[in-house]
Write a protein that binds this ligand. Structure first.
Ligand SMILES: *Cc1c(COP(=O)(O)O)cnc(C)c1O
Length: 479
């Protein structure tokens, strides 16, 4: 069960000049309450008009003759990313499954994925009955490394899904070299990295076939759910199109044949959502540039505080700043390394009290999610297929992912709006205030009852299951 971390009042805390008492201890917030987070995605008059025009057109899906918004979005996104083909789909998770399906991934094939990502990255191969094989991450970029990928390759490996986590591109040249040496295609899951560049190329234009999400939480959003696939390979694009619509080959003009050549899904996008995203895309470059300015101004101030490891980008790539992850450094707070987790929990709490919505992003490594760890969802398959090796989850295989989940917190969404600059300056004030009170916070951290996030998650999982299905019911695997 979870132990809720209570913060004892610390007697004798004196107000520091300029910043004052911590809000956690009854002081004034660094972020005034009337400074609100602007809603994301922003909906302008142009966006509204674009959706209304699509509505008035009476053409709502790819199957509506003469529909222009979906092919329009596809052409514009292909041009934006510098790829030959783009295929719009119903969401980013479907985009990954379709991309893998287009590559011909089959049951029992292995697909390498990072241990730190959103669940979709690893669920997508599983929907094809492929086996996700997880690799640990780099402690600075939070991305998978070429060395880790190479170590995970087996004769069954059929694809490598790289995730540009939080908006920072992975080292595509290094991973590409490993992939080429083994003849394995790379799929970019760029759901968090719209517009980011690696060595002058946009993400989504480097792997064999690549994916984006247009979920409302992402840097490029639709008014609901959506996704995009990009590729330079015409055959892969055609296969993705087929998988989007029942395995059918859709003619450019003329009658639909209703012949299903492959097992496809129904993952068509909607024209209204395509119209909305096209309208967002028109101002995306300007907004991304403004976001870059706003976020860098925050990060410059946080990076000056020795207690925090702020995100950044190596010289050869840009960061889309989808999520801002900060690690805490226990040594800088005068604490032993084993107190990294309690320190993070304390600092997170202090920042939240100041008005900064610091929160965890992922409570556990992906391979620890029950669906993988307990082989759930497809009646024990694909793991029960002949020849699939046993790979029990072992905490020690993912030391960096565990450490990062323990000692870092994230800022999401609040910084996406291009008008967030002034708000982010108040966030920087809060970080500085928290750092000034580091001795107080170190004292709190050292006395804090602490449960690791993945243990908390296990408690939450059990409680939720019992609430839904009754205490004592077996958590069946479906087998
Ligand atoms: C959001 C996200 C997805 C899934 O996108 P949906 O549109 O929500 O299905 C996949 N991968 C990553 C890394 C994501 O952040």
């Amino acid at each position: 069960m979870t132990t809720s971390a209570t913060v004892p009042a610390t007697p004798g805390t004196t107000a520091t000049a300029g910043t004052g008492k911590l809000a956690m201890l009854g002081g004034r917030r660094a972020v005034p309450r009337d400074l609100r987070i602007a809603p994301w995605p922003q909906v302008t008059e142009e966006d509204r008009q674009a959706v209304l025009d699509a509505l008035d057109s009476g053409r709502f899906t790819t199957a509506s003759a003469g529909e222009q918004e979906i092919p329009g979005l596809e052409q514009e996104w292909a041009a934006f990313t510098g790829t030959r083909h783009a295929v719009a789909v119903s969401n980013g998770t479907a985009a990954i499954s379709l991309a893998l399906g287009a590559l011909g991934i089959e049951p029992g094939d292995e697909v390498i994925v990072p241990a730190l990502s959103f669940i979709a990255t690893a669920a997508a191969p599983l929907h094809l009955m492929a086996v996700p094989v997880f690799v640990d991450i780099d402690p600075r970029t939070y991305n998978m490394t070429a060395a880790a990928v190479e170590a995970a390759i087996t004769p069954r490996t059929r694809a490598i899904v790289v995730v540009h986590l939080h908006g920072l591109p992975v080292d595509m040249d290094e991973i590409g070299a490993v992939a080429r040496r083994h003849g394995i295609p790379v799929v970019e899951d760029a759901a968090q990295a719209h517009g980011a560049e690696y060595r002058g190329r946009k993400v989504g234009s480097i792997g064999a076939i690549n994916t984006f999400s247009l979920n409302v939480s992402k840097n490029l959003a639709t008014c609901g759910e959506g996704g995009l696939i990009t590729t330079d390979d015409e055959r892969l694009a055609t296969r993705a199109l087929m998988l989007r619509q029942f395995g059918e080959l859709i003619p450019g003009r003329g009658e639909r044949s209703y012949v299903s050549h492959l097992l496809g899904w129904n993952n068509k996008p909607s024209a209204l959502q395509a119209a909305f995203t096209r309208s967002q895309l028109a101002r995306f470059p300007a907004e991304a540039a403004q976001r870059d300015t706003n976020v860098r101004a925050l990060l410059d101030r946080v990076a000056a505080l020795p207690g925090f490891l702020a995100p950044g980008a190596p010289e050869d790539r840009t960061h889309a700043w989808h999520i801002l992850r900060f690690r805490v450094d226990p040594a800088a707070f005068g604490l032993d390394d084993h107190l990294a987790g309690p320190l993070r929990a304390t600092v997170q709490r202090a920042l939240r009290a100041e008005g900064v919505p610091a929160a965890p992003y992922q409570l556990m490594p992906l391979p620890a999610q029950k669906v993988f760890r307990e082989k759930r969802g497809l009646g024990g398959y694909p793991w029960a297929l002949p020849g699939v090796p046993e790979r029990p989850f072992r905490e020690e295989d993912f030391p960096v992912t565990h450490r990062v989940i323990d000692d870092s917190f994230a800022l999401q969404k609040a910084h996406l709006h291009p008008g967030a600059g002034p708000l982010l300056q108040r966030y920087a004030d809060a970080f500085e205030k928290v750092w000034e009170h580091r001795d107080t916070l170190a004292g709190v951290a050292a006395s804090l009852p602490y449960t690791h996030p993945w243990e908390q998650a296990a408690g939450i999982a059990a409680t939720e299951w019992d609430t839904a299905f009754g205490t004592g019911t077996t958590e069946g695997t479906g087998a």
